[in-house]
Design a protein. Structure first.
Length: 133
């Protein structure tokens, strides 16, 4: 289901969270066993659809938690490996610059790499790589 930002804002204050599942399950029992207490605006179709909607929420919530866990793990991996890769790349770039064209083939690569650092690398840009695991 796609919701606009405005729809998300308007629904957000009354939406259900994971901690409300037991409350909603009790409401399902109430609706199933005592429909006569509900106002006439609540139709039999609405009552019949409620368990499916509750299950849909449970499924979406479970998937959302799993996806957030995966995203957190990927983000940590990306951060750690990206730090190591860029530390080595910056070191290689500096070594290539220090070579000053003595080694055939190094200068063209350094010239392309220079586009990443148009004003040259700054000392603060060179992170200390994390310890090897």
């Amino acid at each position: 289901m796609h919701l606009t930002d405005a729809e998300q804002k308007s629904l957000g204050s009354t939406a259900m969270g994971r901690e409300s599942i037991p409350f909603a399950e009790q409401a399902a029992q109430l609706f199933a066993n005592f429909p006569q207490i509900l106002p006439r605006t609540v139709t039999d179709e609405m009552i019949a659809a409620y368990p499916g909607q509750l299950q849909s929420f449970r499924d979406a919530d479970d998937l959302s938690v799993a996806a957030a866990t995966i995203v957190a793990q990927l983000s940590g991996n990306k951060l750690a490996t990206g730090n190591t890769v860029m530390g080595m790349a910056r070191g290689g770039y500096k070594n290539g610059q220090d070579d000053r064209g003595k080694t055939p083939g190094v200068k063209p690569i350094i010239d392309v790499m220079r586009e990443r650092f148009p004003n040259g690398p700054k000392p603060a840009d060179v992170p200390t790589p994390p310890p090897a695991m």
